[in-house]
Design a protein around this ligand. Structure first.
Ligand code: MMA
Ligand code: CA
Length: 264
């Protein structure tokens, strides 16, 4: 605590000066002129009393001043103390907040990483799902039925005769060639209006199979073939009947049946 010398204290200086004045006055009172001493014997007692009163008053003021000074300094000290405590408390709270903030930042970054990882997983799973869908689609389109040394595949979509043939070729097969009564009955059992590997595109009326062999045994429906130059591709149409074939415009979209030899 800062100490203030009495000399620097203006109040005290004043008091001191006043006191000096009083002393001077006292001195003046104590050493009256010869005439005074003679005439008024009670007067000096009253002056002394006044002087003492003034001195006591000044002393009291001094004490009050000192007391005020001390209490002010105490108040200042305690205020300072409580402010320091509050500041320290605030510092602690701030440290807590900073730590919480760091934790939350870390948690946020961790969540960002998790979201990113999850996004990557979802992307990979989506790719895998699409690949599996494609494979499933392919496999369902590749149900091959074995019969008498060949595998047969009947489409679930419709195409022109040439596109149908191309599809079979892509599958390592060709459109079905029917060269026996058993095979004809087998074809009818699919119960589908479908292209087979028969055409007379090259020469009207000269029907041949996709392997280049001429058609020898035929199972035309009644009245077929009737299309002349308009209908040059063959199909199994009336599968309810033994004789079920029909000639048709090659650009017609129909189901189709592929055949590939078990041991080529
Ligand atoms: C369709 C078509 C022909 C076939 C007749 C039989 C109307 O045309 O399939 O190729 O000969 O039907 O009625
Ligand atoms: Ca016809």
């Amino acid at each position: 605590m800062e100490m203030v010398s009495y000399d620097e204290d203006p109040e005290f200086s004043m008091v001191y000066e006043n006191f000096s004045e009083v002393s001077d006055r006292k001195a003046a009172v104590k050493s009256p002129s010869a005439e005074d001493k003679k005439g008024t014997a009670a007067e000096p007692d009253t002056g002394v009393k006044i002087c003492r009163l003034v001195a006591v008053g000044l002393g009291l003021m001094c004490i009050i001043q000192a007391a005020l000074n001390i209490s002010l300094r105490l108040a200042h000290f305690s205020l300072n103390n409580s402010l320091t405590e509050e500041r320290d408390e605030c510092k602690k709270i701030n440290l807590g907040i900073e730590a919480r903030f760091r934790n939350l930042t870390e948690e946020r970054d961790e969540l960002y990483r998790t979201v990113y990882d999850t996004t990557v997983i979802i992307q990979n799973l989506t790719k895998e799902r699409n690949e599996l869908k494609r494979m499933l689609n392919d496999s369902t389109q590749q149900v091959w039925v074995s019969f008498n040394g060949s595998f047969y595949y009947v489409s679930s979509t419709k195409k022109t005769w040439q596109d149908s043939r191309n599809d079979c070729l892509q599958r390592g097969a060709d459109l079905m060639i029917i060269n026996s009564q058993e095979e004809q009955n087998f074809a009818r059992r699919f119960r589908k209006y479908m292209w087979v590997g028969l055409n007379d595109k090259q020469t009207e009326g000269r029907w041949e199979w996709v392997n280049g062999n001429a058609m020898t045994t035929s199972y035309w429906s009644e009245g077929e073939p009737n299309g002349g130059r308009r209908e040059n591709c063959g199909n199994v149409k009336n599968f309810e009947y033994d004789y079920s074939w029909n000639d048709e415009d090659c650009s017609t979209s129909l189901f189709w049946v592929c055949e590939k030899k078990t041991f080529p």
